[in-house]
Every structure is written in structure tokens, then in C-alpha cells.
Design a protein around this ligand. Sequence first.
Ligand SMILES: Cc1ncc(COP(=O)(O)O)c(C=O)c1O
Length: 401
Amino acid sequence: MILKIIYSKNKSYLKKVKVIVIYLDNSATSWPKPENVYKEVERVLKNCGNPGRGGHRMALESGKIIFESRQEICEIFNVKDPMRIVFTSNTTQALNMALKGVLKYKDHVITSSMEHNSMIRPLMALKEKGTEITVIKGDENGEIDVENIKKEIRENTKLIAITHASNVTGTIMPIKEIGDIARKNNILFLVDAAQTAGVIPIDVEEFNIDLLAFPGHKGLYGPQGTGGLYIREGIDIIPLIEGGTGSESESIYQPNLMPDKLESGTLNTPGIAGLKEGIKFIKKIKIESIKKHEKNLIKMLIEGLEQIKNVKIYGPKNLDNRTGSVSITVDNMDVGDISYILDKKYNIAARAGLHCAPLAHSTIGTLESGTLRFGIGYFNNIDEIKETIRAIEIICKKNNI
Ligand SMILES: Cc1ncc(COP(=O)(O)O)c(C=O)c1O
């Protein structure tokens, strides 16, 4: 539920009315956040200084918060050393940091056709500079055959870079098998966890993940402007940017110390503090319960939409192989129009278009039309899903008259 603010004619005062919003855009960013996230952001904004940049209490308090947040992140991804977590503004920055920090001229990288542009665009920029890229094509459900990855390994293959789950079809990739292949062949393994961090258990040891790019603002329920990169011990990353770190200030050169080497400039302390509370919330609820709750809603949504004539649902049929990103198209209707009607008439927030993943749409055959995507999150409930199915049913019926 959100407060809608209505202005009077002369805008001299505000009237607030309650409007029920069914938020189904959690694949883009999660909403709402747990109450403690809001509280902690406000507390830190009001009370804290610059982390690592002074010896007074307000600066020290910030430093403590940042460290605690690193520890929380380590706990959910089974990372041993908090100093191997680098904070970024989002997943995109983390992916750029990993790709551009690791790949050199003539290195070969294997990726998939189900990637977000946050992976593909930096790779295309690297290709211009001589990096060799192989894109493994997914099938019509967005699924990747690991045998195709094995076949593409070359002598100069430095990295396998794959999304954990597609943001278009929800398809979950066989991350454990791919990690095993990477490890056996001495290839680095980068995982884009934008759609899975906080939603599916991720264990960097079990899955042999060397580099994990994650958002703070989606399934970890932190504020926007947060994210991070886990970098396995022993992997050296060339910084994307250099600058002040609060450490080794006598030197005019970038320190080699982690995570300072990759964290130049003041961090988003209020956001990172909120992220810490988001993770605490997940730990309390437990990822397995979040997964179970979302799976029930995904099942209900898919089964409901399947009954509606003219609706096509994308992604794997097996619910164990998919996350809460459910994409559909409707015969003879523009997905943008449906999203508009959902918003205006039914207060349902869903996203239409290509979702920054053109290759994924080429893979499933929706590059021309785009899809209407419902992004289910922990705070959604059965009634909201029922109402969404009902709205789509009515929209489809009206369109057929
Ligand atoms: C699979 C995937 N990768 C990367 C991103 C980029 O995430 P961010 O907005 O945190 O940069 C997204 C965003 O939706 C995504 O779904």
C-alpha cells in the first residue's frame, strides 16, 4: 500500500489518500523494503560520518556499519574473508569491474545469450579491444546446455561469465555444473546474481564461483544504489577507478590493499547500512522460506495465466528451474498497452519491453514484441496474484470484443 499525494488546484496543500498498489516489478528493484531498512537508512543519514576517513566517533560508527554489512554479505554467500567484498552502486558496476579488471587482450570469454546488457555491453566494449567472446545460445525456454560450454573451451579461455537466472524468462542456469567445468579447466567463473541473490541460496565454495556480482536493491531488500562484487582470494583485479581510499594517504599511487584498491571515493554508507538490515531480514525469514513462498505465487500466476486464451507464457515449465520473473505476451496486443492499463486501471505495477536483455529476447523469439514481465517478490501475496490474473483476463476479453 502506498500513499498517493494529491495536489489541490493551487498546489497550496497536499492531500494524502491510500491507494493499493500491487507491485510486481521486483525483478527491477524490490519494493517495499523491510521496515528496519528504512529506519537504518534514516538513522545513519542523521548520525554518521565518512567511513575510513577520520578517527572521530561519527566516522568510526560509519566504518563499523560498513564492516558489519560486509560480514552479513559473507554469511549469506559463504565467503570467508569480508575484505574480499567490494561495494558498488549496483550489479552493473560490479560486472564491469570484474570483466574489465580480469580480461586482457586476446583472452577468451564464454557467456550466454540469456545475459542482461550489463554483462553484454561491457563484453562488447572489450571485444573492440581484442577480447574474444563466445555466446552460448539458450533454447526456447532460455535453458543452457552445459555440453555447449565444454565444447567452446579454448587454450586462451580465461573466464566463463553467466547469469544465475534470466531476468526475462526466470530460467535458472546450472551454476553448479558450470562452476565445476570452470574449476576443472582452470578458468575463472563469474556469476551475475542480479536475479538470485537473496532468492536462491548461493554458496561460492560449493559452486566454485570466483567472482560474484550482486545487487543490494533487489532480492537482498537494500536501497537502490547498492551492490557488490565478491572476488576470490588470489584473483587480482585492475581497478576501474582510482582515488581516495582513506588508507596509505602518503602515497600518490592506488593502494594494493583489499577492498580499498577497488573502493575509491566515499561509499554509500546509508545505503549499505540499509542493505545490512535487508540481509538480516532475509536471514530471519530464511531464504528457503522466501523461495517457497515465491514458488507458490509463481505457480499460481502461471496456472492462472495458462487458462487465459491468447496469453503465451515464456520460460521453463518446471517450477524448480525458474525464479519470480514471469514473462508473457498476448496475441494482437502491445505489451506496453497492457502494462499501461494495468497501472492506470488496476494499480498493478508490471514492466513491459525488452528488460535490457535483447539477446534473451532473440533467443525466445520476442525481440519484436518484447514481453510483459511480472516480477514476484517476498512481499507479494495470493490476493495480489488473483487480482493480477483477473485483470489480465478482463483486458484480454475486452480486446477480443
Ligand atoms: C540479470 C541482470 N543482470 C544485471 C542487472 C543490472 O542490475 P543493476 O540494476 O543492479 O545494475 C539486472 C537488472 O535487472 C539483471 O536482471
